[in-house]
Design a protein around this ligand. Sequence first.
Ligand code: HEM
Length: 129
Amino acid sequence: MSPISLLRAALTVQVLLGLLRFLGPYAGVGIDKRIWVVHPVLGITIAVGAIWLFRRRTDVPATPARTAARFVALAPLLLGLASLAGVASGLVLVLTHMGLGLAAIKIIDIAVEQQRASQPQPAVLAGSA
Ligand code: HEM
């Protein structure tokens, strides 16, 4: 699995955990509290990973989407950490956090697609299908 696929998988887990956390209480789903440690830890890993993965490279065009993808995960991370630290709270904060998280995934997807398109495609050998 490539680092970019790992990042994408981590973001999917992040959405699932976030939705579970948000909707769980309404659905009456009781979940072991220790599972919530995963969301912030994964969040920090994602933010640091994106800064590294979308760094400037000579073989990949420095598009606005790539620059945004590099730092966008910091936005939901900061709001999440503010909530965790009790600095800020409330439904608006949580909904903004979720929106920023989903927006981060969209922007990262665009940057991944641009990176893939800029890479030389492997040659297809005749008769190898
Ligand atoms: C890169 C994306 C994301 C990062 C870095 C991130 C990070 C964090 C952090 C650090 C917290 C605080 C941990 C805690 O309160 O226990 C948090 C809380 C939370 N996150 Fe995320 N998150 C991301 C994406 C998402 C997404 C996509 C959703 C939902 C669609 C989501 C839903 C939630 C919810 C519901 C909470 C609890 C907020 C509260 O009760 O105060 N997160 N997140």
